[in-house]
Each structure stands twice: as structure tokens, then as C-alpha cells.
Design a protein around this ligand. Structure first.
Ligand code: ZN
Length: 241
């Protein structure tokens, strides 16, 4: 059994029509007004920020996006006898699962935009239901259980990663024989350090990204081609069919 871990970032989903929001050059970082919408303190303290955030979610591409060839190639490797696959993703779009990865094999480091969570009672419900309420005229829908402020179940700027998710991700990085960082700038910590942890623990590190990353020097292989073609080719080499 070959244990292959993937760390995926925004670059794997751009072919699915989802721009890079949170990376160093992402949409949010370049626009202070947009960044406020995903800053936890501003979101919690300013109802106008929340109303804008809900309007943007309503128009956002995430719930309409379809997985692409790279997401499907990873899921196909998982179905290949002799391979154990785990996905650690910085993305909140749910496209690995939509592309066929079993949900329990995907760790979402920054949460998911497909669910909402109550900031008071932590109750979770579907983003689709919350957006229905926004569409029906509720500009800042509250938790139906307790009346608390709802937010998307993502890790906003100013929030820390779920320590349990991070702990499990580190364990997977340490256990991986092959660690493929795909579409990640490897500049957002602590997610990026997983590549270093994997290499330190003996994984063959492969970096698939359009731009250079701080971990390229540690990598056994660096691939700069477009992800939607590079990844299926790479995985075919790993598991010739
Ligand atoms: Zn609540």
C-alpha cells in the first residue's frame, strides 16, 4: 500500500471557475474592503459587513462549481488498488468530495463554504438553506435555533484553524510516502509547513504549481504545467493503468 497525501490550494480550483481568494495575491488580500468581509472581528461587529458578505455568497461561484480533471484524477488514484489517498485542502469549495473523494479522506484545513455555523451555539446547517433565506429577503439570517450570528463554516482571517483538523493533517504528512502539493503557493501557514513536515519524515515531495514556492528546493520534483493536465499525467505515472 502506497500512502499518497495531497495538499491542495486555490490553483486546483481555478479551472472550476473559482478564483484565488485567500492566497498572498488573492482577491481578498488585494482589496481591503473585500478582506473585511472575511475578517472575523469586522464580520461579528458590523451588520453591514454581514449583509454584504451574504450578498456576495449569493452571487459566488462555489455552490455552482463543478470538479475538474485534477480533482477527479485524485479520486481515481484513491480507487486504485494499492494506494491509500488522503487530501488536505486549503480550499473551502468541497470539489474534492464532489469529484469522488470519500469525505472522510478529505481534511478541510480552512473549513467549508458549503455549510454555515452559528457563532453562538455552533449549530451547523447547509449554506443552500441560508442562501434561500437571503434570497427571500432576510439580509442577515440568524441562527434558527438560538438567534445567534451565522457565518459560513470557513476559517476567517483572525480565526485559528481547528486544532484537531491540524493535528490529523500533521499525522498524515508524517505518514505519507508521496506528498503532492498542488495549486498552493505554500505561503499560508500553518498549512504550508505540512510540505516541510512530510519531506522531513521521508516523503517524496512533489510540487505542482504555476509559480515557484518556498518548498521547491526540498521537492524531488517540481511541475509547472497547468494543473488540469499535469496532475492526471503525474498520477498516471504513479499508478500506470
Ligand atoms: Zn445558534
Amino acid at each position: 500500500m502506497t500512502m499518497v497525501a495531497f495538499l491542495s490550494g486555490a490553483g486546483i480550483s481555478t479551472d472550476s471557475g473559482i478564483p484565488d481568494y485567500r492566497g498572498p495575491n488573492g482577491v481578498w488580500r488585494k482589496d481591503p474592503a473585500a478582506e473585511k468581509l472575511v475578517a472575523y472581528d469586522a464580520y461579528m461587529s458590523d451588520p453591514e459587513v454581514r449583509r454584504r458578505a451574504w450578498r456576495i455568497r449569493l452571487d459566488g461561484p462555489v455552490l455552482r462549481a463543478e470538479p475538474n480533471a485534477a480533482h477527479r484524477a485524485i479520486a481515481a488514484l484513491d480507487r486504485t488498488p494499492g494506494f491509500a489517498v488522503r487530501v488536505l485542502t486549503q480550499n473551502v469549495d468541497g470539489l474534492h468530495q464532489a469529484g469522488g473523494m470519500p469525505p472522510h479522506k478529505v481534511l478541510e484545513l480552512h473549513g467549508t463554504a458549503r455549510a454555515v455555523v452559528c457563532t453562538a451555539c455552533q449549530a451547523r446547517s447547509s449554506m443552500g438553506d441560508a442562501l434561500e433565506r437571503v434570497r427571500a429577503g432576510d439580509a442577515d439570517p440568524a441562527c434558527t435555533a438560538c438567534g445567534g450570528i451565522l457565518k459560513s463554516a470557513t476559517v476567517m482571517f483572525g480565526q485559528r484553524l481547528d486544532p484537531d483538523v491540524l493535528h490529523r493533517a500533521v499525522g498524515i504528512a508524517k505518514a505519507a510516502e508521496v506528498f503532492v502539493a498542488v495549486g498552493s503557493s505554500l505561503r499560508v501557514q500553518p498549512a504550508a509547513s505540512l510540505a516541510g513536515i512530510a519531506a522531513e519524515h521521508g516523503a517524496r515531495l512533489v510540487v505542482v504549481n504555476a509559480e515557484p514556492t518556498p518548498y521547491d528546493a526540498l521537492a524531488a520534483e517540481v511541475v509547472r504545467e497547468p494543473i488540469r493536465t499535469a496532475l492526471p499525467t503525474l498520477l498516471d505515472r504513479l499508478a500506470p493503468s
